[in-house]
Design a protein around this ligand. Structure first.
Ligand code: PMT
Length: 403
């Protein structure tokens, strides 16, 4: 049993979404972890899953109406809000998110939201077009500005049959986000780090781009580990299929190196340090064709122009008290090449991974690294899972972080 959740009071709000069936699993996992759970359903949620199922799993009657029509018993949203250590709304439909953002209170779930003093965690669930609509994205930003935390939806097959972002995160991952919320070790608390992850895509025309094989696994593992140790993390990510669930992580999605540069240059000055794990394209096509380039029988040349070196640009503005950690992905002369990058980009240390090592680098769940320091010393590590590699890197960050 997870001791972090033992005796925690959690209200679960269920809204009208096909993902309501996952709320049953979520409640079972939270109750199994020792949490005390009360459930509020919107009237629409009852169309998707029966109150009997939910009440049985929650071990308490579900709440829908402001009062019990049988005996006039009042369901006080104020008392509910006071009782809770956390209000988790999962699944949260676009409709409910819109009402929360705008202070509309036409059911018990929403009145409880408005009066709740406790932190609020929201797990959206909807079709990809609804999720991507500017109105919905704006509403989510509004909720974040109220201090609510969002468990980002995953990408995958949706109930509509379409594939994209909008599917409610799996119950196990939501429980992890809840555990992370209650478990805040202090080692890096009060610190703020920027992490870059994934590839960049440099568009050629509306259908083609120059990219690379980075999956984002290594960068996301570092962001997750920093967040677990209490740091606030700004994750700037190129296109990946990974979602981050830790409430300390704020993710910004970018596509090209130029977009990644713009975000990093904005964020870095207000941080304690940055970990540059992204595989950034060094070059982009020097012109973009607005229409698809047609196949012809003769050769086609694309002129490339250099992108900014983001790590080097941050190295130029790095303050005395800030940390800058780079990566080096090498295929030959590994130590010499990474030592040059360490120097030229003004890094504090560099994490070397070589494509000559089996199981290291792009896309694997494992990596094999060496950490190279400015004085030429190096620490070599065995092949490990990327989660454990991230622990080794963050251990070094903790040792190097300037107070
Ligand atoms: O995402 P995964 O599939 O898990 O794979 C992980 C990884 C192999 C991508 C990762 O471990 C890694 O090595 N990342 C750095 C890849 C890279 O671009 O290395 P580089 O040697 O070309 O760049 C050196 C450093 O400069 C890196 O910190 C890089 O982020 C940075 N850089 C490079 C070019 C550029 N234009 N801007 C940069 O900031």
């Amino acid at each position: 049993m997870s001791s972090v959740l033992k005796d925690k009071h959690i209200i679960i709000g269920i809204t009208g979404s096909i993902a309501a069936y996952k709320a049953a699993i979520l409640i079972r996992l939270l109750v199994k972890s020792g949490a005390e759970v009360k459930v509020i359903m919107t009237p629409m949620a009852k169309q998707f899953i029966t109150p009997l199922t939910i009440a049985t799993l929650a071990k308490s009657p579900i709440l829908v109406d402001f009062y019990n029509p049988e005996n006039g018993d009042w369901n006080s949203h104020v008392d509910l809000g006071m009782w809770a250590d956390l209000y988790l709304i999962a699944p949260a439909s676009a409709n409910t998110i819109g009402k929360m953002a705008n202070g509309i209170a036409d059911n018990l779930l929403l009145t409880t939201y408005l009066s709740a003093k406790c932190p609020v965690l929201v797990a959206p669930a909807m079709d990809l077009d609804m999720y991507a609509h500017p109105a919905n994205l704006k509403n989510l930003e509004t909720l974040k500005s109220y201090g609510n935390r969002i468990v980002e939806p995953a990408s995958g097959e949706l109930a509509s049959g379409l594939i994209g972002k909008g599917r409610m995160e799996e119950p196990e991952n939501i429980v992890k986000a809840v555990e992370d919320f209650f478990f805040q070790p202090a080692e890096l608390s009060g610190k703020h780090f920027l992490v870059t992850a994934g590839p960049t895509f440099e568009p050629i025309d509306p259908v083609r781009f120059i990219g690379n094989w980075s999956s984002g696994k290594m960068g996301y593992a570092i962001a997750e580990e920093l967040a677990k140790r209490g740091a606030k993390v700004s994750l700037v990510s190129g296109p990946t299929n990974i979602s981050s669930t830790h409430p300390n992580i704020t993710k910004t999605d970018v596509v090209s190196a130029e977009e990644m540069y713009q975000k990093c240059i904005d964020i870095y000055p207000n941080t304690h340090g940055a970990v540059m794990c992204a595989a950034v394209a060094d070059y982009r096509p020097d012109s973009y064709s607005n229409v698809k380039i047609k196949r012809k029988s003769n050769d086609l040349s694309i002129n490339l122009t250099p992108n900014k070196d983001i790590a080097a640009e941050l190295g130029k503005i790095k303050k005395q008290e800030q940390l800058l950690v780079g990566f080096a992905l090498e295929t030959n002369d590994e130590v010499q090449n990474s030592a040059k990058k360490l120097q030229s980009k003004n890094l504090d240390f560099i994490v070397l991974n070589s494509l000559r090592d089996k199981g290291a680098g792009f896309n694997h769940d494992t990596n094999k690294i060496s950490i190279i320091f400015k004085d030429g010393k190096a620490e070599h590590f065995d092949l490990k899972s990327k989660a454990n590699v991230a622990k080794d890197i963050v251990d070094q960050i903790v040792r190097s972080t300037k107070s």
